[in-house]
Design a protein around this ligand. Structure first.
Ligand code: HEM
Length: 494
């Protein structure tokens, strides 16, 4: 023993350094030229280190970059030493489908918080949570939420009318207004401002967690001290701030459990499927924070995309409004909000929402999964067990073999008799056991809101240049400045 210590003691620091460099070099050579994924093409840096994908996320452009990388290298691209991005649509069912055996990858691991439905990697925990949360999204519960949604939409319309009253038209940033309106019961619409700075907090948190998820576990806790790039400490501070705001909101609501029929009121009443008792306070708080982000940022970003695109396309807006005028004829009462049943059967409205989610998906990224034991053949290629894989939604939605002229926004592709075939390659909410639990809720909220807005207002974009976006886990427009003009006088005031 003492001989080993003596030998180690005699090695100089220069030798230690050379040995470490040699190990790193050998590791790189193995990864790039000899490892089991060596035959898969991709940027050289991505084969060497996961820092390549971390940088794409850090600079909020992962999906945009991957779209180009797949155009350059084909259907399989190595995006990290142990991570393959696959853009073949047949990989979707094989990876994300029921019984595929692929589970969520280390990207989702967050040891600092209570696991939630969205991020838990444990199949049993996920099953238990999905069991008690699914009823919240049943058809019956959706019907009960509708009046609450209508109330929020009414408040939003009131805001527009108040601002329009003097000038006849109003300039506003839709990006922010949606955020005020949805899922965040913090009174933003009453105050007409985000007094908690919640929107900036959610954005910073989303961006940092998206990058952090690709770093090795060992580095994640120390990134809050990486002051060389404020992106990291600021984003991680935002994560703690959101937790504090969510916890405070929970305690604010706890004594008025039945004051509103929303998702939080459902969590208060939910029963643990194992014990039959109520959920723990810790679990309700964690899930409700997750709903604040997943349930409102997503719908508001998607509706902003619709407004951005439709406000730049007078012909699409004309088609949409002509359909809405037939379905909801005449001048509406001042408190009118479109009902879901009617909105849901309007072909142009549904085509506009679908085409927007195809063309510019809010969830554009490849969702990381781990290849199960024994490996799997995906889209004709053997993928060894333990390999991380993902299918980027943006690429699937821009696949020219399915969507003719994929880079053109064209609602007519959803209006033809053969359009249902396109649904097989349309996955804005993912699929399988980890598909979005809130997709019906989201569809209802978005159709109701968009039908109401476009029935009542003409919307014109003030920016002529392209729209800038930033991608965290979801893609968001940096702004959506528009001029809003009422289409009719208000019935109770004429
Ligand atoms: C346009 C709106 C929305 C989009 C595009 C969207 C998209 C997605 C996607 C792609 C996933 C899969 C994520 C993954 O595998 O990592 C997901 C999961 C999830 N979404 Fe949504 N979502 C939307 C609205 C909502 C709403 C309104 C809620 C709740 C009210 C919600 C709650 C969730 C939850 C809890 C999960 C995790 C499900 C699980 O793992 O079992 N989402 N969503």
């Amino acid at each position: 023993m003492s001989t080993v210590v003596e030998i180690l003691g005699n090695i100089s620091s220069a030798d230690w350094l050379s040995a470490s460099l040699a190990c790193i070099l050998l590791h790189i050579i193995y990864n790039v030229w000899f490892g089991p994924l060596a035959h898969i093409p991709g940027p050289f840096l991505a084969k060497v280190s996961s820092l390549w994908i971390v940088f794409q996320c850090r600079y909020t452009r992962r999906s945009e970059t991957l779209l180009k990388q797949h155009q350059k290298y084909g259907n399989f691209v190595r995006v990290a030493p142990n991570h393959i991005s696959i853009s073949d649509p047949s990989a979707l069912e094989a990876i994300y489908g029921h019984k595929s055996g692929f589970n969520k990858g280390p990207f989702y691991e967050d040891k600092s918080i209570e696991p939630v439905l969205f991020n838990t990697r444990d199949v049993q925990i996920h099953h238990r949570k999905r069991k008690y949360l699914s009823p919240a999204f049943s058809a019956k519960n959706l019907n009960e939420y509708e009046p609450y949604m209508a109330m929020q939409i009414r408040k939003l319309m009131e805001c527009f009318h108040r601002r329009i009253e003097n000038s006849g038209t109003v300039q506003l940033d839709f990006n922010e207004y949606w955020d005020y309106a949805f899922g965040k019961p913090f009174g933003f619409l009453d105050k007409e401002r985000d007094h908690l700075n919640l929107i900036a907090i959610i954005d910073a948190r989303g961006e940092v967690l998206n990058a952090l998820g690709h770093l090795p576990q060992i580095l994640r806790p120390i990134m809050k001290y990486f002051f060389l790039d404020p992106f990291w400490p600021n984003g991680l501070r935002a994560t703690s701030n959101l937790a504090a705001i969510g916890t405070q909101a929970y305690y604010g609501r706890k004594d008025q459990k039945n004051s509103r029929h929303d998702l939080l009121s459902f969590l208060f009443k939910a029963k643990d499927p194992e014990s039959g008792g109520p959920l723990s306070e810790k679990e309700i708080i964690a899930e409700s924070i997750s709903f604040i982000v997943g349930g409102s940022d997503t719908t508001s970003s998607t509706m902003t995309n619709v407004v951005d695109i439709v406000s730049r396309s007078p012909e699409v807006q004309r088609q949409l409004q002509s359909e809405l005028d037939q379905a909801f004829p005449g001048v509406m009462e001042s408190d009118w909000v479109a009902d879901f049943q009617t909105a849901n059967r309007l072909p142009v409205l549904n085509a506009v929402l679908r085409e927007t989610m195809r063309f510019k998906p809010t969830s554009a990224t490849g969702l990381e999964r781990v290849t199960p034991a024994g490996g799997k053949i995906i889209a004709g290629m053997f993928i060894p067990e333990g390999t991380l894989v993902s299918v980027p939604t943006l690429n699937v939605h821009h696949n020219p073999a399915v969507f003719v002229r994929p880079d053109e926004y064209d609602i007519s592709r959803w209006l033809g008799s053969d359009s249902s075939a396109l649904l097989d390659s349309f996955y804005p909410f993912s699929l399988g056991p980890r598909a979005c639990i809130g997709r019906n809720f989201a569809w209802m909220e978005m159709l109701k809101t968009l039908a109401t807005v476009f029935k009542l207002f003409i919307v014109e974009r003030t920016r002529t240049l392209g729209t800038e976006v930033r991608e965290g886990f979801f893609v968001k427009n940096s702004e959506c400045n528009v001029v809003v003009k009422p289409r009719f006088g208000r019935k109770d005031r004429t």
